[in-house]
Structure formats: structure tokens, C-alpha cells
Design a protein around this ligand. Sequence first.
Ligand code: C2O
Ligand code: CU
Ligand code: CU
Length: 482
Amino acid sequence: MQRRKFLGLTSITALSLIIGTNKTQAAEALNQALPIPELITPTDINGIKHFDLDIQVAQHEFYAGIMTETYSISSTYLGPTLLLTNGDKVSLNYTNMLPEETTMHGHGMHVPGEMDGTAHQPIAVGSTWSAKYTVNQRACMNWYHPHYMHKTAPHVYQGLAGCIIIEDDESRALDVPQRYGIDDIPLVLQDRFFSADKTSLVYNPSRRQINMGYIGDTFIANGAIEPTFEAEAKELRIRLLNGSNSTMYNLGFTNGKVFKQIATDNAFLESPVSMSKIVLSPGERAEIVVDLTNDMGSALVLKEFNYNKTFLTVNVSKEATDITTTPNHLTTLDAIETPTVQRVFRLGMNRGEFTINGKSMDMMRIDERLKLNEVEEWEIINDMGMNHNFHIHATHFRVISRNGSAAQVRANEKGYKDVVHLAGNERVKFIVKMTDVTADDANPYMFHCHFLEHEDNGMMGQFTVEGNTNTSFFPSIYNLLF
Ligand code: C2O
Ligand code: CU
Ligand code: CU
């Protein structure tokens, strides 16, 4: 009986492989315009902006006429863009309609520990969890994604991620492109493996891929394979997010066109930085402005140069209906302060598990205890010959040295960062301070490598922040009211 069942399954598998092979030859990437994630309108209830988001199983058309099974947030792949204004009181209500538990973390958001959406705030199947907080940080692009213990990588891989754009008075007054979907576009960059028949995304990393990167053969932008964007002949702002699991992206236009980076992970840069290539490790964001004023009629190809893949073609096909002139002074960042506390974090491996300071992630262990408003210097040491990066929750940091040298800090990492890349055997020092939010032992924050296979396999730790926030955050009574 057992054996017959086994044989039956085998022949079905063999059959689907044959069909799959035929379909592979036929499968054509959908020839499509760049999907722009919907900007959803929140519902205002007593001055609180409610965003209702469904985490669900969905079907998405990557290939013409073929539906691929995905996970998504109120969409068919990825999720809508949440537009927040500094000072907003918000409630992000996530309903889990998946067949499994997950979580939803606000990456880059300065929120209290219990609103952070880590593995300590699971969303049970069929239930709703709300991240309620007052937005209290500068204009930037953050993002939301699952953070479930050992399952962040597969959950993100299936399509769970979305952008959070924060604006403030200063950003709105700047003469930079800000017409969403017209001259200001988010671009979530990822790479994926598909099943032979293209009906599913395949997440099945080998030991080697866990270590060296699970790098798909199909590169996608906002969930589309090599889409095109029709741009106005003027400045175009692209908010880049490396939303991949573990792929380093080296991006640029094939014609070598120079562009300016105007923002890092957590804020505008003080001045734009000109470049023709930009490197982003997983989780990093960069906002760039490319001036298309004199490019009417041409097509610019945004490429990834490490793997020689095309992400997007920008057709400059429309007359400008509004002009922007990105200024040379964008903002003034807070001065870098002198630290009074020092910590060292060594990224390594032990018995096949990734470690930080020799320890693999343990949800029951608090690794570091921080105090509000204390200025700290953290040194991150990559003891391995492979790429890693380092992310810290609920704050930003300022990189002050790379490999012991201040001169090696790149011009475009002199802003507010929350992820920093460390190539093999590199070291980085940054200054960090928790300014406005706290976390206790029950709901600690995390620091980790954002290569998701490394994070899921132990390269993560937890920290608390003690102190009196004394700011406008909701009193705990808030939780009873809403
Ligand atoms: Cu983007 Cu702890 O994560
Ligand atoms: Cu995060
Ligand atoms: Cu890593």
C-alpha cells in the first residue's frame, strides 16, 4: 500500500516535470509596465490613522497567462505603500489569513518594543495584530516584512514586504520629485527561483546557499520581470530597496548615466552624492534622483552588474508637467556625539550555526541592555570571509570608520543608516543612540545580519532599552481604547 502510493506520487511528479519542461520553454515574462504599489488611504478614527492589511495567500502573474502562488499583503505580491507623516498617530492592523503564523516588523521605524513586530509579537492564524504608535522620525523610506523566528526568509521570499514612506514638513518643502508613481517611485528589488511550470516560488536553499546567498535566477522589480516605466523628461526619484533575501546588488544604468543619491536608510543626506553605480546589501534603502530632462525619446536600462541582470527599463516618453531642481543642501543631520559606552559584535559561525559574539539567537536571552539617550560606539567585526551586514531595530546609527579608517567611510554612508554592509573580514564602527523608544525583556529589540538565511540560522541577538520616554507615545490606556 505504502509502496503503491509512493510509486503513484513518483509518476505524477515525473509527469508534471515533463509538462513543466514544456511550459518552461513557453513561459514568457509578462511584458508589462512597472507595477506601482498602491498608496492606500487610511481610515481616520478619532485622529488615529488605521491601515487595514490582510496577509494572505494569493496568485500573481509574473509570466504571461500563468498564475504563481504567493503570499502577499492586500495585493497579489508584496503589499501597498503606507504613506505616513511625522507626528501621525497610526494603527497598522495586520490580519493573518495565511495557513501559518507570522509577524510584521516595521524595519527602520522608531517604535516601542511591543509594537516592533518581531517574533515576540506573533500573529496567530485568523487573528489581527496592530502596531500602534506615533511616528517620530525624519522623512525616509522604511519597509515592513515578517520577522518570525527561523521563518523570516521563507515568508519574505513568498512575497511578504511593503514600503513605508515617511514625510515631514522639511521633505515636503524640498524641491525634489514627490509625485508618487509619476516622478517618485518605490522600487523593491528582489530575485527569485520559480518552479519549472512557474506556478510557485521555490525556497529550498542548500547549505552552501544558506552561507553564500540564495540568489535566484530571475530578478524582479516591484514583483515584475524586466518591466518598463514611462517617465517624464525631468528629474526622476527612485526609492530603492534591496528586498532580496541575501543578494548584494550593484546597480547602475547601462549607459553609465550619473545619478545622485539623496537619502540613505533613515533620512536625507545633507548633500546629494553623485555616482554611476550604487551597492546595496539586503535591507538597505537608497533614494536616487536621475535627471532625464534631456533624455526625451531614450530608454535607460537599470541593471544589476554583479549578476548581469536587468531590473527595469525607463522610457523617457512624456513631457514634464512639473519641474524640480534637487538642491545641493537637503537637510542638516544631528552632529555625531562622543560615545560613553563601547560594545563589540563579532560575526562568526559555530557548528554550522551563525553567531554574534559566539552565540546563536535565543529568544529567551537578552544579549545587551541599553539606556535611553546614552551615546554608544558599536564595533562590528566580520570574522568570516563572506558578506554580512548588520541591522539594528528602532533607531539609526552613524558610521564613523571602516577597517579602522574614517577615510574609508563612503560618502553615501555618512547619513542615517540602519543597515551597514561588511564584506568578508571587514570591520565597521558606528555611533548609536536610542532616543525615543524603549523595550523591556518581554518585548526586546533585535540586531542581526539582514542576509535572511543568516538571520534565520542564528546571526541575531536581542537588546532592551531602559528609560523614561517622556514623549507623546500613547499611554498604555491606549491599548484598551482601540
Ligand atoms: Cu528588516 Cu530585524 O529587520
Ligand atoms: Cu528592522
Ligand atoms: Cu550574514
